[in-house]
Design a protein around this ligand. Structure first.
Ligand SMILES: Cc1cc2nc3c(=O)[nH]c(=O)nc-3n(C[C@H](O)[C@H](O)[C@H](O)COP(=O)(O)O)c2cc1C
Length: 355
């Protein structure tokens, strides 16, 4: 026996390993899936070949259930004026790094879910698909539902939760302000009115009929128990998995997570153009944390790219997005199964499969 949410998602435990684009792939997802929770594959930064390769790896593991996660932003129209303003803002940092401020930028790599991607994943018929930044067009959602996929998406306000429910999602991830990575916000751009996890979860639970999954700042069994006590049907955890050997977190990112620097995180738009929570580093301090000059998501990343590459080659994380939530206390360099089992101990007895 298991909980209704776990049954809906096709797993044993009502726990989800948060998709974390750029820092993990199928290794982490499969390790979490083998431990009985829902592992996630972040797809926003994967090209078609890389995505197909990851899906083939997952398909080769009998019984593995993995959530596929996509972004669904509208790519911005080219905006030369805004790019030029960003160039001006970055110029002193380029010069300081010995780079030409006029050098060409690499392309920004975060792409939204589209019909070609739907064609690609349809072959694999994933059981769970989750979205960040709202939902794709209804026609695309209908295709996913056509093979019975369960649909999840993040809400950062009660209004967003109600909107997602109206669109027929199967569950809403309540992403509190503490969460690492991008805010999933899509009906507001106002970061000052975003809610903390323990304010957001009970309000969504009261207003929604679909299951609410708590995310943001939850790092151990007590956090899981507290979220479930507030009425959450499950919990999604990201940051606590970042030091696992199965994660692809870079050495610089791992070092920052284990340093006193990790006590200071901030919402910043300087890495991509959208607010996201990162450990504060030189880029966040020097350019933001919120810069009005940053081009729209994901174009800001293009200008930061050369600075990041130069700094990382010299062993510095000054310009790297060091995504992390406010609570890094659960980060341990242990196998993901151990983190999952520790989190599962916080599930109430009504989730009897908790290890
Ligand atoms: C490194 C990192 C990358 C993330 N990337 C994504 C992503 O690609 N898609 C997504 O839906 N959420 C992403 N998130 C947000 C998570 O889904 C989730 O909201 C968050 O991890 C929960 O808070 P916590 O980090 O405090 O556990 C990311 C979070 C982190 C820490």
């Amino acid at each position: 026996m298991t909980t209704a949410l776990a049954r809906l998602l096709g797993v044993r435990l009502p726990l989800i390993q948060a998709p974390m684009a750029g820092v993990q792939g199928s290794d982490l997802a499969l390790a979490v899936s083998a431990a009985g929770a829902l592992g996630s594959l972040p797809c926003a930064m994967l090209g078609a070949d890389a995505l197909r390769g990851e899906l083939q790896r997952i398909a080769a593991v009998p019984g593995a259930v993995v959530n596929l996660n996509f972004f669904c932003h509208r790519p911005p129209a080219p905006d030369a004026q805004r790019d030029a303003a960003w160039r001006d803002r970055l110029a002193p940092f380029y010069r300081d790094a010995g780079l030409d401020p006029a050098m060409p930028w690499p392309p920004a790599t975060r792409a939204p879910f589209d019909s070609q991607t739907a064609d690609l994943i349809e072959v694999f018929r994933p059981r769970v698909v989750s979205f960040h930044f709202g939902l794709p067009d209804p026609a695309l959602l209908a295709r996913l539902r056509g093979w019975g996929a369960r649909i999840l998406s993040s809400a950062t306000t009660v209004e967003e939760g109600l909107w997602l429910q109206e669109q027929g999602v199967d569950g809403v991830i309540a992403q509190g302000l503490e969460a690492g990575g991008h805010r999933g916000m899509f009906l507001t751009e106002d970061t000052t009115t975003q809610l903390g996890t323990f304010a957001l979860v009970p309000q969504l639970v009261r207003r929604l009929q679909v299951p609410v999954i708590a995310a943001g700042g939850i790092a151990d069994a007590q956090g899981v128990a507290a979220a479930m006590a507030l009425g959450a049907s499950g919990v999604q955890v990201g940051t606590a998995y970042l030091l696992c050997p199965e994660a692809g977190t870079s050495a610089l990112h791992r070092a920052a997570l284990q340093s006193p620097q990790s006590a200071s995180t901030a919402l910043t738009n300087v890495f991509t153009g959208r607010p996201a929570r990162s450990i504060v580093n030189r880029a966040v301090r020097g350019l933001g944390p919120i810069s009005p000059a940053a081009p729209a998501f994901p174009q800001a990343a293009a200008g930061i790219g050369p600075l990041r590459a130069r700094a990382e080659a010299a062993g510095s994380a000054d310009f790297s997005p060091l995504w992390a939530g406010q609570n890094v206390s659960g980060c341990k360099a242990v196998p993901a199964a151990e983190i999952t089992q520790a989190l599962a101990r916080g599930l109430p007895p009504s989730a009897p499969d908790a290890a």
